[in-house]
Design a protein around this ligand. Structure first.
Ligand code: SF4
Length: 347
């Protein structure tokens, strides 16, 4: 199955046509025979069909909105970076546990912004304000930016912008594998390219419309070969019959590919690893079951420990002894397969 993102319908803000990218994109979609309709705001789209939450969600994921980002600043992105870099919103993937299902509402349509120079101009200003400190920007706080890169070229532009910035750094994470267009970008080591990985048992069941772990591992090898700082987020980690073997195989295969592709002089010291165990909030559970009524995601409150969150809502995490076992397992395996990697956290 091809995972190329080809939208079913496109909306555009008329002001997007004032930018060369906006004009080119609208013309391109019209030539492709895809309906492109004007909309007064990229924040409020009417005209996405569907009578049920499931169909509305599916149709939204096939809808592309071309807009102009007007806010003069960026949201903060603690603790992983100082700011979000808003290049894209949402993603055509349909992972059952996607955090965007909770934050973007019932119709998480995909948005790209055509005023990239203005967006990067804001990044310049924010970097200047923090001099002589380094300022970090996260490009995937509200999206997976890779599937729409074929249309916007925004990631490449951002990567090269940060390549020229002595005091700015960029990071993003993806589950997608169309990375060839980014391999030649002049990144100067200022962008950390991270892949979100999970074992195939989990990906097959819950990460609909995304590349397999094997394809992601191969893409990560290309990125490593291109000299980017590389990272992996293993998330969400589940316990199931045989989970240790499944995750061990994933780490083993990843390590094998990296060894094969690593440029000379590379050591796992330059690799970052992040581990996130599965958790859910009551709100997320309701949203997930609205869109995926037959979901088999393990979301039995009675089996989990309730942990109060800092924003007034709590989440259901694995029991402390289960979490400890998972943490010990991943730290030990990480040490074995990537002896010098920086484990940023296990939560
Ligand atoms: Fe969400 Fe990432 Fe899956 Fe896209 S790939 S649906 S952003 S979890």
């Amino acid at each position: 199955m091809s995972l190329e993102f080809i939208p079913t319908r496109v909306f555009y803000e008329p002001s997007a046509l004032d930018y060369p990218l906006g004009k080119t994109l609208v013309e391109k979609f019209c030539q492709m025979g895809i309906s492109a309709s004007p909309t007064s705001s990229h924040n409020r789209i009417t005209g996405i069909p569907g009578n049920t939450a499931t169909t509305q969600y599916r149709e939204a994921k096939r809808t592309l909105v071309i807009g102009v980002r007007r806010s003069g600043t960026f949201q903060s992105c603690k603790p992983s970076a100082h700011y979000q870099l808003p290049l894209v919103t949402s993603c055509p993937g349909m992972c059952e546990y996607c955090y965007l299902a909770t934050t973007l509402g019932k119709k998480p349509y995909v948005r790209i912004y055509v005023n990239l120079e203005e967006i990067l101009g804001i990044a310049s200003k924010l970097i200047l304000e923090r001099l002589p400190e380094i300022t970090q920007f996260e490009g995937a706080a509200t999206s997976d930016p890779v599937p729409v890169e074929r249309y916007s070229g925004a990631l490449k532009q951002a990567i090269e912008f940060f390549g020229r910035e002595t005091n700015g750094r960029f990071r993003f994470v993806t589950k997608f594998t169309e990375v060839d267009g980014l391999l030649e970008a002049k990144h100067e080591g200022h962008t950390r390219f991270r892949f979100s990985l999970n074992c195939s048992e989990v990906v097959k069941k819950y990460e609909h419309g995304t590349p397999s772990p094997e394809e992601r591992i191969i893409a990560s090898g290309k990125v490593l070969k291109a000299g980017y700082p590389l990272g992996f987020i293993i998330a969400p980690i589940f316990r199931f019959e045989g989970w240790q073997d499944a995750y061990r195989r994933l780490l083993e295969r990843t390590s094998e590919e990296l060894v094969k592709r690593a440029p000379s002089g590379w050591s796992s010291e330059q690799l970052t690893l992040e581990f996130i165990s599965h958790r859910f909030t009551s709100r997320a559970k309701t949203n997930i079951l609205g869109v995926f009524p037959n979901s088999s995601l393990p979301m039995e409150e009675a089996e989990r420990k309730f942990k109060y969150g800092q924003f007034g809502y709590g989440k259901y995490i694995y029991q402390p002894e289960e979490l400890l076992e998972m943490k010990e397992f991943f730290l030990k395996e990480a040490k074995g397969y990537f002896p010098l990697a920086q484990v940023e956290y296990f939560i």
